[in-house]
Design a protein around this ligand. Structure first.
Ligand code: SAM
Length: 170
C-alpha cells in the first residue's frame, strides 16, 4: 500500500516552514510521496537533501491539476478536516482496505468541492489545530505505530542513547 500526501494551498515564503514540516512528518511517519499543487524549488531542495542524508525513497512532486489528480486517483481518498468524522470512528474501516491512500491536507481554507470528491472526511478531534499535527496523528493511527520502527538505511543513522547523542555518518 502506497501512501501519498496532497498538500493544498502552499504560499511560498509564508507557508514554507509549515510545508517543510509536512514533508518531514510525511516521510518520517511512513508516507511515500508529497504532492504539492504549488511548486517550490526551495522546499524540494530541503526535502531532497534530508532524503539523501537520512535515507528512504520519499519523493516530492508538483502536480498541475490537483482536481483531476484526486478524481483519477486509484485508491482511498482521505481529507483531513476538523469538520469530518472523528478518526476513532472510521480508522478501522480505512485500515481494512489495502488500497493505496491519498491523504489531503489544507493550508488556508480548502475548496468546498473537495468534501464531496473524497471517500472520507476525517477529523483528528473537532478543534482547529494544524495540518502537521493532523497528518502525524493520522499516519500513526493508520500504521498503528509500526512506522516508528521503520529502517530508512540512510547515510546518517542514530544509535539511540539513554543520554546524549550518537549519530553514524557514512
Ligand atoms: N478550518 C480549517 C479546517 O478545515 O480544518 C482549519 C485550517 S488549518 C490551519 C489547515 C489544515 O489543518 C486543514 O486544512 C486540515 O487539513 C488540518 N486540520 C486542522 N485541524 C484539524 C482537525 N481537527 N482535524 C483534521 N485536520 C485538521
Amino acid at each position: 500500500m502506497k501512501v501519498r500526501i496532497l498538500r493544498l494551498g502552499h504560499r511560498y515564503s509564508r507557508d514554507r516552514r509549515i510545508s517543510t514540516h509536512v514533508g518531514l512528518v510525511a516521510r518520517a511517519f511512513g508516507a511515500d510521496e508529497l504532492l504539492m499543487d504549488v511548486g517550490d524549488k526551495q522546499l524540494e531542495k530541503t526535502l531532497s537533501s534530508i532524503v539523501r542524508e537520512w535515507g528512504g525513497e520519499f519523493r516530492i512532486k508538483f502536480i498541475k491539476n490537483w482536481k483531476s489528480y484526486v478524481r483519477n486517483f486509484d485508491g482511498d481518498k482521505i481529507h483531513l478536516t476538523m469538520y469530518g468524522i472523528n478518526v476513532n470512528d472510521c480508522i478501522t474501516s480505512i485500515r481494512a482496505s489495502a488500497k493505496d491512500k491519498l491523504i489531503i491536507i489544507g493550508g488556508q481554507k480548502v475548496p468546498s468541492g473537495l468534501y464531496g470528491m473524497v471517500d472520507y472526511n476525517v477529523s483528528l478531534g473537532g478543534q482547529p489545530h494544524s495540518e502537521v499535527a493532523a497528518l502525524a496523528v493520522f499516519l500513526d493511527r493508520l500504521f498503528e505505530g509500526k512506522e516508528l520502527g521503520r529502517e530508512f538505511n540512510g547515510r546518517k543513522r542514530i544509535i539511540p542513547q539513554e543520554r546524549g547523542k550518537m549519530v553514524i555518518d557514512g
